[in-house]
Design a binder for this molecule. Structure first.
Ligand code: RP5
Length: 164
């Protein structure tokens, strides 16, 4: 199976980003996690992105706060799909990261999840890999079924509390 690269701009992003790694673990998807910065280590970030396909990666997840533009910088250097996680923090509390991640100019897309949306980034990466992996698609289906079962349980509990 192709690997997922989970890249974050700083170790301060890790408490949120590890949620993506947990989800990848839960789905049995191999990944590597690295700290690489578009502005503090631009050459290493570009080098990683350029080599990613040859290194066996299928999707890149890039998390960064403020206007760091990490996902866009990676997308500029690879045609692998790049998923951006805008991180909360700084004077704008994530709005700056959201806009710098989602508002990519035409031709170099970044699939952007919610501010701090680490779990969804991993699920989206899984869905991309599952296009050509039936076993992974089945695991995603099972996870959806489990979510639905949990809601059904909660609905039953609510109705019981209401005495209906
Ligand atoms: C971004 O700046 C990082 O992704 C992080 O979200 C933010 C703050 O970084 P630190 O100053 O905590 O290293 O590049």
């Amino acid at each position: 199976m192709k690997k997922v690269a989970v890249i974050m701009g700083s170790d301060s992003d890790w408490p949120v980003v590890k949620g993506a790694c947990a989800q990848l673990d839960a789905l049995g998807i191999p990944y590597e996690a690295h700290i690489l910065s578009a502005h503090r280590t631009p050459a290493q970030a570009a080098e990683f992105a350029k080599a990613a396909r040859a290194q066996g990666f299928g999707v890149l997840i890039c998390a960064a706060g403020m206007a760091a533009h990490l996902a866009g910088a990676f997308a500029a250097n690879t045609t692998l799909p790049v998923i951006g996680i805008p991180m909360k923090g700084g004077a704008m509390d994530g709005l700056d990261a959201l806009l710098s991640t989602v508002q990519m100019p035409s031709g170099i897309p970044v699939a952007t999840v919610a501010v701090g949306g680490a779990k969804n980034a991993a699920v989206l990466a899984a869905q991309i890999l599952a296009v050509s992996d039936e076993a992974l698609a089945a695991r995603l289906d099972a996870e959806r079924a489990s979510m639905a079962a949990q809601i059904a349980q909660k609905e039953a509990a609510l109705q019981a509390e209401l005495g209906r």
